[in-house]
Design a binder for this molecule. Structure first.
Ligand SMILES: *Cc1c(COP(=O)(O)O)cnc(C)c1O
Length: 409
């Protein structure tokens, strides 16, 4: 059903999450459909950063490690993330990039299955996940096997030590069935590590109910932690005392300030830490997470599905021949994004950005639009599609300047 402007405004007026938009600073006139790649700036972040830099660092200097609780940040933030992913507070720590976090957890996990030789993942998984797993396989003497999503279950045999999957596909937004695949992996005797980079903060997650062993995720996408924000690591409590991660630094030691010569792992998730916490990045991540204060994830999910449905309906009604839908049509199988295929997707996205609609391009042919329910409304989607229609009908995207590839797409 195609809604006119007044109908879209009415949906925004009735939106129970509309209050959250005031928590963000968004440039005037821009419709930001890339919060799944870099979350928008929370209004509270600059002042919180200034306080951490000028007050805590500048004023209290080194005493802030104790006084401002800097050393506790990975655990404190981990507990806040745990609440958003359905884990226990003591099962999550924040820190490291997602890539490094994945390395530490995957290497630790395969050591729990010493007689199995395979790390299994999905073909077309996010590149860093595959590259890191290649490295883990290499140093642990295992083999990385990748299969298409529909072949994962049949590939789970008694030689698989660890299954590593990204819950929501970064290109298409397709959701994998976390509970089912975790159950199947466990039935085959394997452990499972989920990458939540495109799920956490957008979907309702319950890692405990799914029986997940391990998870990693990203701090700068839906968590709004800022460019290069630290990621996080989750290990189920039942594994925590057996598991040993390979980057054994002093902050993961049982007693860092005893300065002993021999490594002894901290109890619980503390052992996943390595070096001095990246305080400024963690402070910004914590400010990002506060944008979820009082927010019900069921409402976020409901709105995300509705925004996606509206976007698809409008594009298909107004540009019936222009694109192929790359995302699942069924909202229940789709994360918080809509991806459209077009041979000239790159140029179209560039022309859209110039017109104030920021999406992104994923090779080879995907125009990707992230839908962040905390700061997008229904009228925004209507306007974004209006501008897309104008670009497609005028053909302006064919101008040579839009074809010039930049480093970050
Ligand atoms: C964004 C993303 C990452 C990011 O990894 P970095 O180490 O932060 O660069 C990793 N995995 C997936 C699936 C992602 O979507």
């Amino acid at each position: 059903m195609i809604l006119d402007k007044a109908a879209l405004d009415a949906r925004d007026a009735a939106d129970p999450l509309a209050f959250a938009r005031a928590r963000f600073r968004l440039p005037e006139g821009v419709i930001y459909l890339d919060g799944n790649s870099l979350g928008a700036l929370p209004k509270a972040t600059p002042a919180r950063m200034a306080e951490a830099v000028e007050g805590e660092w500048g004023g209290d200097l080194i005493t802030s490690w104790n006084k401002a609780g800097w050393m506790e940040l990975p655990h404190r933030i981990g507990a806040q993330i745990a609440a958003l992913i359905g884990a226990s507070p003591e099962e999550v720590v924040a820190g490291d990039s997602t890539s490094v976090a994945l390395f530490k957890l995957a290497a630790a996990a395969v050591r729990l299955r010493p007689r199995r030789s395979v790390i299994l993942s999905e073909r077309g998984n996010f590149p860093t996940d595959l590259y890191v797993l290649e490295g883990v396989a290499d140093i642990t003497g295992r083999r990385l096997q990748t299969v298409d999503a529909d072949a994962i279950e049949t590939a789970l045999n008694d030689d698989v030590a660890l299954l590593v999957l990204t819950h929501v596909d970064y290109r298409t937004g397709r959701i994998l069935d976390m509970k089912r695949l975790t159950d199947r992996a466990h039935a085959a005797g394997a452990l499972v590590l989920w990458d939540l980079s495109h799920s956490a903060g957008a979907l309702e997650l319950d890692l405990s109910a799914a029986g997940a062993d391990f998870a990693v995720g990203c701090g700068y996408k839906y968590f709004n932690g800022g460019p290069g924000a630290p990621g996080y690591m989750m290990a189920a409590r039942r594994h925590q005392e057996q598991i040993r991660q390979p980057v054994t630094g002093w902050i993961g030691h049982a007693a860092p300030f005893a300065f002993e010569d021999r490594y002894a792992p901290a109890s619980g998730m503390g052992r996943f830490l390595t070096g001095t916490p990246a305080v400024l990045g963690l402070v910004a991540l914590e400010a990002g997470l506060r944008t979820f204060d009082g927010v019900d994830m069921a409402m976020v999910r409901q709105k995300s599905k509705a925004l996606g449905q509206l976007f698809i309906d409008l594009v298909e009604a107004r540009l019936p021949e222009a694109f192929t839908l790359a995302s699942p049509r069924d909202a229940a199988a789709r994360g918080s994004q809509v991806s459209l295929r077009h041979p000239d997707a790159y140029a179209i996205v560039q022309a859209l950005i110039e017109a104030g609609v920021v999406g992104d391009f994923r090779a080879p042919d995907i125009a990707r639009f992230g839908l962040t329910p905390l700061y997008l409304g229904f009228a925004d989607i209507g306007q974004a599609v209006d501008r897309l229609v104008r670009i497609m009908e005028s053909g302006i995207w064919r101008e040579a300047r839009f074809a010039v590839r930049q480093a970050v797409t």
